[in-house]
Design a protein around this ligand. Structure first.
Ligand code: CP
Length: 319
């Protein structure tokens, strides 16, 4: 059984998947497995992080990530503080760095940060003395989402290597897509991106993926289909002619899914827009959809990340 004490994670922070080795990713997934079992027990609480302080600092809205980080910290016995940006001094003009330095002076052990600007969490990590976990920064990375997606896939398919995984929709604005591309490539999966040209980054092929603009062609022989939301909050101008037309060409329904392997499974990081990127019935189909399982795995993965980073931090700086 993998425990934090038997696994060396040679990073002080978790800022992204890029740069993590396959063995580091596997170690995090193995440790997460132990927490899946713990979370299914009646008594879910441990005292591993007793006396440790976790501050969740979210500058963007979140349901899944914020709640699961809070649950994860509490189940490990940490004191968890949720900073509400809406009623913080940020509203009075305080900068991100000054806020981080202020929180740092209270000696937290881990900061969990979501921010709308790519790179903001990396910058913050350079200014504080504790471990920092990126809970999503702009269009850059969302590492714990990719880890929970990987855990979900590995549990259902038994492996990640050699699977064909299609990531479909608004790739351009998606930190989930970026983290998943890094992770899936590192673990030996074949990655396809399916999107209209307006929703793909320039030179997407350089990411080590195959690119398709036709959904049916892109889905042929896929094992996993990951759908993404249109991230209108990051769009300036119009990227699709209409939602109706977008669903017609790029929305996943049973008909388009029939182009994939007969046992292909559907994923979505949430929040989901039913009838825009995914058909409502398919999203709820327990034989094809892993969406609820992804949410469950999110708590376990975040427990593993908090466990490994807070213990690593204690080992490297003595507390
Ligand atoms: N998948 C995800 O990051 O969801 P939230 O925005 O609800 O945290």
């Amino acid at each position: 059984m993998t425990t934090a004490s038997s696994y060396v994670f040679p990073h002080r922070h978790l800022l992204g998947i890029e740069g993590l080795s396959p063995s580091e990713i596997t170690g995090l997934l193995d440790l997460s497995e132990t927490y899946v079992e713990q979370n299914r027990q009646v008594d879910k609480k441990q005292s591993l992080l007793r006396g440790r302080t976790q501050i969740n600092l979210f500058f963007e809205s979140s349901t899944r990530t914020r709640t699961s980080f809070e649950l994860a910290g509490k189940r490990l016995g940490a004191d968890v503080i949720n900073m509400s940006v809406a009623v913080s001094a940020i509203k009075k003009g305080e900068t991100l760095i000054d806020t981080a330095m202020t929180l740092n002076a209270m000696h937290p052990d881990v900061l969990v940060v979501r921010h709308p600007d790519s790179g903001a969490v990396n910058l913050l990590a350079q200014k504080v003395g504790c471990a920092v976990i990126n809970a999503g920064d702009g269009c850059h990375e969302h590492p714990t989402q990719a880890l929970l997606d990987a855990l979900t896939i590995r549990r259902r398919k038994g492996r990640i290597a050699r699977l064909t995984v299609a990531i479909c929709g608004d790739i351009l604005h998606s930190r989930v897509a970026r983290s998943n591309i890094h992770l899936l490539n590192a673990m030996g999966a074949r990655v396809r991106l399916i999107a209209p040209p307006t929703l793909l980054p320039d030179s997407a092929e350089r990411l080590g993926v195959e690119v398709f603009h036709d959904m049916r062609k892109g889905l042929e022989d896929c094992d996993i289909v990951m759908m993404l939301r249109l991230q209108t909050e990051r769009m300036q101008g119009s990227f699709v002619p209409s939602v109706r037309e977008y669903f017609h060409f790029y929305g996943l329904d049973a008909d388009k899914l029939s182009a994939a392997k007969p046992d292909a499974l559907v994923m979505h990081p949430g929040p989901m827009n039913r009838g825009v990127e995914i058909d409502s019935e398919l999203a709820d189909d327990i034989d094809r959809s892993l969406i609820r399982e992804q949410v469950e795995m999110g708590v376990a993965v975040r427990m593993a990340c908090l466990d490994i980073l807070t213990q690593q931090f204690a080992n490297t700086v003595g507390g």
